[in-house]
Design a protein around this ligand. Structure first.
Ligand code: ZN
Length: 479
């Protein structure tokens, strides 16, 4: 019985864990590495396991840093099931296809340059056809259902409150008379965040694999964040410019629409025309509208009172490139919500180019910005952005709303962990070292056994010993 830490080990993206029980092997997540071009090049490297030896995949949620290499897995020969919540299946259908499309486009662009240099063409990481093949492997499993995945491994999904359909995964492993219960937090939601319920409490485990994205931060309260958003909107209104809101298509966009809809009259929003300029975000919003059974009590009430909780007057969904380009001609009075969330792709880059050099423009940053992305440069106060080889001066006012996170903050992570009655040992994942180290120390100070495994380290689940990559000499040491 072993747990291999293959991805999101001492970093945030590329989630991937491998459980071995007897002869069976099960992956938890198979995510894309996101960030700088150098980081992303690692996605094309071969998987650090024999793909044909994997019997099943459990997917915690649809975000690409958890799901984005599934089409590559299938392209590499994986033929087993991919277990996920029904809403995750719906979201992956949109997101994996979009990721594949972007891969195809980027490769096409690179190959045009390579052709001019007489270099052989490259293949995309995967295509839309690979994404479709991956979707055929999905098996929907509801929250709370106990399911045997392979002999010796049962699992149950619980609501993680992070995005629609997101899961905490409880796993029960049994081999040679030894039983272990492992709980994978997945990405844990922010308690009190709108639309979704708070992360479910779990009370027992032999090992908790805990995300640590914000292990060193406290979020502002949701109420304060709403006030901040209102103030940013008001200051932008005084300057009579446009507001750009780079937003992840799934989760953040719906939180923004929901919040704008709820405060429409109170915040005097009729003075703005709001564009949701992202076909993927539009489709994801439709999925959120369909899964009302996953709403928290407030969203249920909002829906009862006003119908679809993501709609309000003067909200335009722009699907086609022509509709998107038409927005470029608007110089004031528009709120433009577009992807990508970190400004490293998608239509937001065009809107940045057309607006960010204007003094009356405001940018509202609403999510996590990885190192090396234009979004991070905006947050860090850069004076210029490089977009398509052109240097664009930044004259816009940049607002960063820290509290709009889909992740639990330090207090949230600790509170969720402390609900376990037996203070189980913890392996920290999904965090940059600075965040992870703070949480590591805090847990250690309360006498919890804690590891921050380096990539490719392996936990022997019989005696909970962590073997670092350099110390793994023979398969025998891993039984
Ligand atoms: Zn996530």
């Amino acid at each position: 019985m072993q747990l291999h830490f293959l991805g999101a080990a001492q970093e945030v993206t590329g989630s991937c864990h491998l459980l071995r029980v007897g002869d069976a092997a099960v992956l938890i997540d198979c995510g894309l590495i996101q960030g700088s071009a150098k980081d992303e090049a690692r996605n094309a490297q071969p998987f650090p396991f024999d793909v044909r030896s994997i019997n099943a995949v459990i997917l915690t949620h649809a975000h690409l840093d958890h799901s984005g290499r599934l089409p590559l897995l299938v392209k590499s020969g994986y033929k087993g099931p991919i277990y996920a919540h029904p809403a995750t299946v719906d979201l992956c259908r949109i997101m994996l296809r979009d990721a594949a499309y972007l891969n195809e486009k980027e490769t096409e662009w690179t190959n045009r340059k390579r052709l001019r240099k007489k270099l052989p063409p490259l293949e995309p990481l995967y295509t839309r056809s690979d994404a479709t093949k991956a979707m055929r492997r999905f098996v929907a499993v509801d929250y709370g259902v106990m399911q045997e995945i392979v002999p010796g491994l049962r699992m149950r999904l619980r609501d993680a409150g992070h995005i629609l359909g997101s899961c905490i995964v409880e796993t029960w492993l049994a081999q040679a008379g030894v039983e272990r219960k492992l709980v994978f937090s997945g990405d844990l939601g922010h308690t009190g965040a709108p639309i979704l319920r708070d992360p479910e409490i779990i009370q027992d485990a032999d090992l908790v694999v805990l995300e640590s994205t914000y292990g060193n931060r406290q979020h502002r309260s949701w109420a304060d964040t709403e006030t901040e958003l209102e103030q940013a909107l008001n200051s932008a209104a005084q300057h009579r410019g446009n507001i750009l809101i780079p937003a992840f298509a799934v989760g953040r966009t719906q939180e923004l629409l929901y919040t704008l809809a709820r405060h429409y009259a109170e915040w005097n929003l009729q003075r703005w025309t709001v564009f949701l300029d992202s076909p993927m975000a539009i489709e994801a919003t439709e999925v959120y509208s369909r899964h009302a059974e996953l709403y928290d009590s407030e969203a249920v009430q909002v829906r009862r009172r006003q119908g679809n909780p993501f709609e309000f007057p003067k909200l335009h969904f722009s699907r086609t490139p022509l509709q998107s380009m038409a927005i470029n001609r608007i110089e004031s009075g528009a709120i433009i919500i577009a992807g990508s969330g970190m400004c490293d792709g998608g239509r937001i880059k065009h809107h940045l180019k057309h607006n960010v050099w204007r003094e009356n423009c405001h940018v509202i940053i609403t999510g996590y910005q990885a190192r090396g992305t234009p979004g991070r440069a905006l947050v860090d106060g850069a004076h210029a952005l490089r977009l398509w080889g052109e240097t664009i001066r930044i004259a816009a006012t940049v607002h960063t709303l820290g509290g709009l996170s889909a992740h639990a903050d330090q207090a949230g992570l600790l509170a969720w962990y402390r609900a376990f009655r037996n203070a189980p040992p913890v392996a920290l994942v999904h965090g940059e070292p600075a965040a992870m180290n703070v949480l590591h120390t805090l847990l250690e100070q309360s006498n919890v056994k804690v590891w921050s495994p380096s990539p490719n380290s392996v936990m022997n689940l019989h005696d909970l010993r962590l073997l670092l990559p350099g110390s793994i000499t023979s398969p025998a040491s891993l039984t």
